[in-house]
Ligand binder design. Structure first.
Ligand code: ADP
Length: 397
């Protein structure tokens, strides 16, 4: 049996996974996801070859992390692959100031990561719960964490500061930034396209259920819209994005909201869902002509357009604009609207190229290259893991 790496990417409402052969080029063996974990979960699995795909609903209610993992491991097991899972990589949302590179998930690391749960309550606790479950079912596998915050750790110091008293900054109340595994992957694709300049002053729009923007120069993070927590910045599926802190004080003091209630409001009941009152799913909103859905979409686009301007200011200009993740990769309509909002920066989209979701969707000769780059966080995790558990020479063929 040869070795394989399993990557688990736990989001707020889905668990994506991929399994790679541990040899040069990391050939993909299987990939899939369990989505809609809280309501009629669906398992989807496909392989790199022409083997049977799995697509099934897993009951009517919600499923917990243990059942999710069992379904995935059962599906992989039933495929009779000649590879054994010897290591498991995890996308971990928060590495704090300490974890700026992939780390083996031993007891002391897990304890340190557990202390970051309050900073990303939806994701971090699920991430760590899944690590524990994997330790139970695959006790011999080495587990490695790759951190969404790490890509942003080298930003200029001023980009990480809030206008708060120094003592708070020194105690860790700073902007961390997220979606870094996706941004790192996109940066590697920009380097493959443009060489070491990686598209110069590039702004990448990761528009999924969670959404953020990152301004890069030569493939390195300069500024990003998420901050201390994944709540900041753009309007998201169920998260509010940037909010005047005065609103938080008002809700706590004058409306007597509990801290728990407030957290639920800002993380789970706001964003596209809160504004539309219909859904946090962009596809669903685009399919209805309800004015509240239109307003939610308009707000999403308005805030993305505004933030592109802000990031262009941080980078001193814009040479390349990249769309990625569920909405960014799949919605020509939203891309077009956001590009219109960024037209003053020289962004000009070719409607046909955009409709076909081509790799480059800007008009020929445009001042700004506009690209669609599908992200692949699972492969990015598997690649990052090689820095601490390299492939043995006898597996390099
Ligand atoms: P996450 O990984 O954060 O759960 P994804 O990157 O899978 O999120 O993105 C999910 C979002 O992408 C949802 O809002 C979904 O509606 C949206 N999406 C997917 N396909 C399309 C499409 N064809 N048109 C518009 N939105 C889409």
């Amino acid at each position: 049996m040869t070795d394989a790496t399993l990557v688990l990417n736990a989001g707020s409402s889905s668990l994506k996974f991929a399994m790679f052969e541990r040899r040069h080029g990391l050939p993909l063996l299987v990939k899939g996801s369990i989505s809609s974990l809280h309501d009629k979960p669906r398992l989807k699995v496909s392989t790199a070859h022409d083997e049977p795909r799995t697509e099934m609903t897993l009951g009517k209610g919600s499923i917990d992390s243990q059942a999710t993992l069992e379904f995935i491991l059962r599906d992989i097991g039933e495929r009779g692959l000649p590879q054994k899972i010897t290591n498991v990589g995890h996308r971990i949302v928060h590495g704090g100031s300490r974890f700026t590179a992939p780390a083996i998930l031993d007891r002391s690391t897990l304890k340190a990561l557990d202390q970051l749960v309050p900073l990303a309550p939806i994701h971090q606790s699920r991430n760590l719960e899944i690590v524990e479950l994997v330790a139970g079912v695959l006790p011999e596998a080495v587990q490695v964490g790759c951190f969404d915050t790490a890509f942003h750790a080298d930003r200029p110091h001023v980009a990480m500061l809030y206008g708060l008293p120094r003592a708070l900054t020194e105690s860790g109340v700073i902007s961390f930034g997220f979606h870094g595994i996706s941004y790192g992957y996109v940066a590697s694709k920009l380097k493959a396209r443009y060489g070491s300049n990686a598209g110069g002053r590039a702004t990448v729009a990761h528009l999924g259920s969670g959404a953020s923007l990152c301004a890069m120069r030569e493939g390195k993070s300069l500024a990003t819209t998420m901050g201390f927590s994944p709540l900041d910045g753009l309007v998201m599926s169920t998260r509010c994005g940037s909010l005047d802190p005065g609103v938080v004080i008002h809700l706590l003091r004058d409306r007597k909201m509990s801290v728990e209630g407030l957290s639920k409001l800002l993380y789970d009941q706001s964003g596209l869902l809160g504004v539309s009152g219909i859904s946090g799913d962009m596809r669903t909103l685009l399919e209805t002509d309800d004015p509240a859905a239109t307003e939610a979409i308009d707000l999403f686009v308005y805030r993305a357009g505004r933030e592109i301007g802000s990031l262009a200011a941080a980078a001193g200009g814009l040479d390349t604009l990249v769309f990625t993740a569920g909405i960014g990769e799949n919605s020509p309509f939203i891309r077009e609207k956001i590009c219109q909002a960024a037209g003053w920066l020289g962004v000009q989209v070719d409607p046909e190229r955009n409709r076909r979701s081509e790799a480059c969707i800007s008009v020929s000769g445009s001042a700004v290259d506009v690209l669609v780059i599908p992200t692949d966080e699972e492969r990015a995790v598997a690649e990052q893991m090689l820095s601490i558990i390299p492939i043995a020479d006898n597996h390099s063929g």
